[in-house]
Structure formats: C-alpha cells, structure tokens
Write a protein that binds this ligand. Structure first.
Ligand code: 13P
Length: 253
C-alpha cells in the first residue's frame, strides 16, 4: 500500500526560535495522529535542519530540505549538496518546486541531475510538477504536467522511481487561496498515475505517492485527501501554524 504523506514546505519563513517553537508544537500535537502508513515531514530552511532534526529526535515527524545542488562538492558558493544532507541523516528533499523553476530557472535537464544526486545519496525526492494559470486556461495542463514528469523522472529505473514522491502543485493555486477542486486534483493525479503505469507498469504506478499542493488548509484537506489518487499534501502557508497544520494531518485519516 502506498504511503500517505503530509509535508509542510516552510519556504523562506521563520527565525530559528520560531522554527523550534513550531516544530515542538507540531511534534507535541501530532504523535497520536501518525499511523505506520502516514508520514509527516517538515521541510525547513537549510540553516534550521540540524537543530530541527535534533529537536524532532525519534518522534514520528521527519525533516526535509527544500532543494539540493546538482553537484556533490566544490566551488559552488551558497549551494548545499545531497551528500551534505545525507551526512546529517535528512531523509527528504523537495525538488523542482515551481518557485525554483520560476525564480531560479530550474528546468527538466537540471532536475534530472538533482533527482539523480538525491537518489544516489539515498534521499527521498519530493518532485514537484504543475501548470501555471495560462496553461490551465488554454486547457493544455495535462500535456505540460506529463512533460514535466517525463523529462525529470523517466530516465529512472523502476527501482529508483519507487523511491520518488510526486507532488502535483498547480501554480495558480500556490499561495493564492484558490485551491484546485477535488475533481481537478483527482483528474490530474489520475493522469500522472496513468502515465507512470504506461512507462513502469500498473503495480509500480500504484506504489507511488502523489501529493497535492496549492492552498491546502484544514477546511479543504479532507475532501482533497479523500480522492482515490491523492495520497496527501504538500502544504505551504498553512504549515506555518501548528494547529492548522495538525488539523490538516488529521484530515488524512
Ligand atoms: P501554499 O500552501 O501556501 O499554497 O503553498 C503550496 C506550496 O507551494 C507547497 O510547496
């Protein structure tokens, strides 16, 4: 059975004391909510990683990074490699977020390298895809998302693909308060799963967790998470408030 995951993407938010307080609150409230088949992840800014990792300790909440370099080591000022994350026992890394694509020019070619580095370091990539508003309005969103999935992931072996988590995040729903309807989310998740099945076979496609992201909150989470192909959420703004985030986790049941 594929794993259900609720991951918070804090983006570039919080000071260190705030990060510690938020993580402690989530950990305190969430322990009884997490079952063996549901994973909770906090994807925090790089400088907070070791402290939050230590703070979460052996609790049921895991920590993740929001990016990694396509290189292992070297003269790449300001970058952080998958090997560095691995050396700190960080299990997850978000890759290909639309904000990285938009503001930092990340494209499919670069993401292939980053995905490979993450997998080589035994990290679980949370690979993001999703269309901007103009593409949705043109009605070509299926084509674009399929292209994003194919160019970043289809070089992988079936064994490697099984280690990837996919997050469908329509760009027009991110930070806008305009959530995709559960029908829109389900439709796209089914498109992605069908695409995976056509390349890797149905058994493997059924094992891949596909998360929805874009204005998820405690009010809409339950309906979104009840869709058959929606295996949880990648949550931005609502993950910055402990109570709200924990209510989203509870909606996973
Ligand atoms: P919001 O939940 O703030 O819309 O952000 C979604 C997101 O980008 C998660 O990666």
């Amino acid at each position: 059975m594929r794993q259900k995951i609720v991951a918070g993407n804090w983006k570039m938010n919080k000071t260190m004391p705030e990060a510690q307080a938020l993580s402690s609150e989530v950990m305190g409230m969430v322990s009884s909510e997490v079952t063996t088949n549901t994973k909770v992840v906090l994807c925090v800014p790089f400088p907070f990683l070791p402290v939050i990792k230590y703070l979460l300790g052996k609790s049921s909440v895991a920590v993740g990074a929001q990016n990694c370099s396509e290189h292992d080591w070297g003269a790449y000022t300001g970058e952080v490699s998958a090997l560095m994350l691995k050396s700190m026992d960080i299990p997850y890394v978000i890759l290909g977020h639309s904000e990285r694509r938009q503001y930092f020019g990340e494209d499919g070619k670069l993401l292939v390298k980053k995905i490979d580095k993450a997998l080589a370091a035994a990290l679980t990539p949370i690979f993001c895809c999703g269309e901007p508003l103009e593409v949705r309005e043109k009605g070509t969103h299926d084509t674009l998302v399929r292209q994003q999935v194919e160019e970043a992931l289809f070089h992988l072996s079936a064994e490697s693909l099984k280690k990837v988590v996919i997050a469908y995040e329509p760009v027009w729903a991110i930070g806008t308060g305009k959530t995709a309807t559960s029908q829109q989310a389900q439709e796209m998740h089914a498109v992605i799963r069908k695409q995976l099945a056509s390349k890797y076979g149905d058994t493997i496609a059924q094992e891949i967790s596909i998360l929805y992201g874009g204005s998820v909150n405690s009010k809409n989470a339950q309906e979104l998470f009840s869709c058959p192909d929606v295996d949880g959420g990648l949550v931005g703004g609502a993950s910055l408030k402990s109570r709200e985030f924990v209510d989203i986790i509870k909606a996973m049941k």
